[in-house]
Write a protein that binds this ligand. Structure first.
Ligand code: NAD
Length: 314
């Protein structure tokens, strides 16, 4: 059967680029973008777009039937920093959207579901270095609680109802096309814009805080690779650990300085520091590498070069 994809939350940081990549792969007419707000011009002009509230199961079903959708990528969510300010709203969005989509898959309206989890499933009691696939998951943020619960639901729907749901625990995803949507790792995007505009940046995370990160291109490739993997190779149905690099704001600043020597960074940690402190320093993603041959391409050096080159061109 023809693959037709509906992306929920397509106007966001990951959704915008993932939708474009899926359109290249499956054809513009076979990838329907949707969000509660319109996206950028490229997203809106390259294929169909529908306004959909991802918690509104009836509307999602209507659109699935309208376009004969076979797969849903659910990217709508409230991210870590914003969720701490609106816990109830974050929980409702993050949980109700997932349960709506899983139910639609259980009732055979769609064949496959993608739903991203996050390193936020881990908490202060998790081993910090090379955090294993299976370990303590006691998150201290609302966002993390919603992600860990979501993972359990995904696994439950797979085990009980045979729903083909797949998930990745993204680290901080770094990109330059679309500004990020209220996460704790957003500094690693902001820093590039400020470095080019003002040659200085005040960082809201302290200088020696290690966090796992990934360049957008790697995150998109991992997502598509996982979704295209043979079902029998997808052995983890809650969420795969996924890694590429891990660095501190200080290390990132010194990499940027190689290209912009007079760039200055200062540090003024805010409430996001506590969230960052509760997350792992680095992630062991050997299971993803073994099960479906995951390989990252970008390290800090290659990513910094690519972003600065792309932003200067723009
Ligand atoms: P984002 O905030 O940039 O985008 C989320 C999109 O969801 C926005 O366009 C927003 O308008 C939309 N949205 C909000 N409420 C909605 C609703 N009720 N119905 C439909 N759409 C709604 O987030 P992102 O960075 O693109 O993240 C996408 C997914 O990846 C999320 O599940 C997030 O938790 C996960 N993730 C992201 C990162 C990261 O670094 N960006 C890291 C780990 C996990």
């Amino acid at each position: 059967m023809n693959t037709v994809i509906l992306v929920l939350g397509a106007s966001g940081q990951i959704g915008t680029e993932l939708t474009q990549k899926l359109r290249l792969l499956y054809g513009n007419n076979n990838v329907i973008a949707s969000d509660i707000r319109e996206g950028n011009t490229e997203l809106m002009s390259s294929g169909s777009f529908e306004i959909i509230d991802a918690t509104d199961k009836a509307t999602i079903l209507k659109i699935i039937q309208k376009y004969k959708v076979t797969q849903v990528y659910l990217l709508a969510a409230m991210l870590s920093a914003t969720a701490e300010k609106m816990p109830q709203k974050a929980w409702n969005l993050n949980m109700n959207s997932l349960l709506a989509v899983l139910d639609l898959a259980k009732d055979k309206h769609i064949e496959k579901v993608y739903w991203p989890s996050s390193i936020a499933v881990f908490g202060p009691t998790t081993p910090k270095e090379n955090t294993p696939q299976k370990t303590v998951m006691e998150p201290s943020t609302v966002y993390g609680i919603s992600k860990v619960s979501g993972e359990f639901w995904c696994n439950y729907y797979y085990e009980k109802f045979g729903v083909d749901v797949r998930s990745l625990r993204y680290p901080g995803v770094i990109s330059w096309k679309i500004k990020p949507g209220g996460g704790t790792t957003d500094y690693a995007v902001d820093i590039f814009f400020k470095a080019l505009e003002d040659k200085k940046y005040e960082c809201f995370i302290s200088e020696n805080t290690h966090l796992p990160m990934m360049y957008m291109e790697d995150a998109l490739n991992a997502t598509i690779q996982l979704m295209q993997a043979d079902s029998k190779d997808v052995k983890i149905r809650n969420g795969y650990n996924l890694a590429a690099m891990s660095f501190t704001p200080k290390e990132m600043a010194s990499e940027i300085k190689k290209h912009i020597p007079d760039f200055e960074i200062t540090y003024k940690p805010d409430f996001r520091q506590e969230i960052a402190d509760s997350w792992p320093n680095s992630i062991d993603d050997s299971q993803a590498r073994k099960d479906w041959n995951w390989q990252h391409k970008f390290d800090l050096k290659a990513m910094t070069e690519d972003i600065l080159k792309s932003l200067k061109k723009r």
